[in-house]
Write a protein that binds this ligand. Structure first.
Ligand SMILES: [Zn+2]
Length: 266
């Protein structure tokens, strides 16, 4: 329906494939969240139940990026025009990629940034992502450049098909858990409201003390705290475990972006 409203149905045919949208970093606010003539749905809605991929994240206009906060939180986006007010669904998975700095290689051994020192070059570039947006990111992973030596490694023992199987099993587990609680409306940990998260992701005693210490040390916001619990619950689901243990909390915490080199979350 969203694609139809947007006039983007190829040959007028419906598809059961989840969408994957990758708008360019020059995208306007209207293109990303919707609006313009006829209050068209934007990329966040076209990516509903799919992936919104933003490459070169800091190159997007800061206001455009911050307009993602509301849909990320509520799963919908409201567009107010003079003649109309429209609400579109926008429950997407945000995936983003960025270089460590504007020159792109600040973390490479021996590389000297054009504007020294490398640390400052990185800090300036990464500060373009606001703390509140960063606070909504669950998994932040440094990916080192591929070396020639990497290319001659044997292929990984687990391929994409096996990983997809594990993910599907973890999702099944989540659907069954919420159904057992009489919440068939929730189908994944990601969509679980905070009070229920505390119930389904209650860690073992060692996990409780770890997340308590980390909440202080990492200055976790309430949102960040619940997000860590959700990720830990999902990691336990991937392991096929009923209980969230310390190891799951530790791994979930390791995926939080380092807040010491970023502005504090609001
Ligand atoms: Zn640099």
């Amino acid at each position: 329906m969203i694609q139809s409203v947007a006039g983007q149905l190829p040959d007028g045919a419906l598809s059961n494939r989840r969408p994957f949208r990758a708008p360019h970093h020059s995208a306007s606010m209207a293109a990303l969240v919707g609006g313009g003539t006829g209050a068209r749905p934007g990329e966040v809605s076209l990516a509903h139940h799919g992936v919104l991929f933003l490459d070169e994240l800091p190159e997007f206009q800061p206001q455009v990026l911050d307009s993602l906060r509301q849909p990320l939180e509520t799963g919908e986006v409201m567009i107010a025009r003079a003649q109309a007010r429209v609400t579109y669904p926008a429950r997407f998975q945000l995936v983003a990629a960025m270089n460590p700095c504007r020159c792109g290689q600040a973390t490479e051994p021996g590389f000297a940034c054009r504007r020294q020192p490398n640390d400052r070059c990185m800090a300036q570039y990464q500060a373009r992502i606001s703390g509140p947006l960063l606070d909504r990111m669950d998994l932040s992973i440094d990916v080192p450049a591929v070396t020639a030596a990497d290319l001659i490694l044997p292929p990984p023992t687990e391929g994409s098909a096996e990983v997809a199987g594990r993910v599907a099993a973890a999702r099944e587990r989540q659907i069954r858990r919420f159904a057992a609680l009489g919440r068939e409306d929730i189908r994944s940990n990601a969509h679980c409201p905070p009070p229920l998260v505390e119930e389904i992701a209650r860690p073992d005693p060692e996990g409780v003390s770890l997340i308590r210490d980390a909440a202080d040390a990492m200055r976790l916001s309430a949102r960040g705290f619940h997000r860590v619990l959700k990720v830990a619950r999902t990691l336990a689901d991937l392991d096929g475990e009923d209980r969230v243990r310390r190891i799951h909390i530790a791994e979930a915490l390791s995926y939080r972006a380092q807040s010491d080199r970023r502005p504090a979350a609001a």
